[in-house]
Design a protein around this ligand. Structure first.
Ligand code: SAM
Length: 192
């Protein structure tokens, strides 16, 4: 979906995603010492806002101006500061020296997704970590919800390969309970 499509989706509902963070992401990052964080494809800002509330200095990038505006407004209402950027994460200058890069549920075709994961690794400071959460390819046949197009769904093996310039600390499927049933996500944590 292009930026206009995401703008329309975000304009159509008060919140498309949860206000709070993805539970898996939060459980992984909760104990980490706050530093500089980059939220890639930040949507309505749930990850960026949660990180900022925990003392992280956050930049959030998404090509949907409507999504970014929703994040900006929610952060301001909570008195939180986030550097909001409207841009295409496949081409934008993302910055460098981040202690944490978060990449949650970015739905791009594999070649583009591989390039974005590599760009995320390059944005890390030495010792910094990339955390990826996505719908796993197996979710198509064995899970519920999520995109139904296999060309945008990664696997543990693909993520490991895409992040090969970093040291992969975790790469695994994780089951997520939803009202409709069990969804299958993939989690990767990679350290530069
Ligand atoms: C499924 S949503 C996930 C949003 C957010 N990461 C979250 O978990 O709440 C996917 C997001 O990717 C963004 N996106 C897709 N392609 C993009 C691109 N090339 N550049 C920037 N953002 C993109 C969309 O605008 C959308 O906000």
């Amino acid at each position: 979906m292009d930026a206009a499509g995401w703008d329309a989706r975000y304009a159509d509902a008060p919140m498309v995603w949860s206000a709070g963070p993805n539970a898996l992401f939060a459980s992984v990052v909760a104990d980490w010492t706050p530093g500089r964080a980059l939220d890639v494809a930040s949507g309505e800002g749930r990850t960026a806002i949660w990180l900022a509330s925990r003392g992280w200095q956050v930049r959030a990038v998404d090509f949907s101006a409507v999504g970014v505006d929703k994040g900006r407004e929610r952060a301001a209402a909570q008195g939180l500061s986030v550097d909001w950027v409207v841009d295409d994460v496949t081409a934008a200058e993302l910055g460098s020296g981040f202690d944490l890069v978060a990449l949650l549920y970015l739905q791009l075709e594999h070649a583009q997704q591989a390039a974005v994961v590599s760009r995320c690794v390059q944005a890390l400071a030495p010792g910094g970590r990339l955390v990826v959460v996505a719908h796993d390819l197996d979710n198509l046949e064995q899970g519920v919800g999520g995109p139904q197009d296999p060309s945008v769904l990664p696997t543990v093996e693909l993520l490991r390969y895409w992040a090969r310039e970093a040291h992969v600390e975790r790469a695994e499927q994780v089951h997520r309970q939803t009202e409709a049933g069990t969804a299958i996500d993939v989690l990767m944590v990679a350290r530069r």
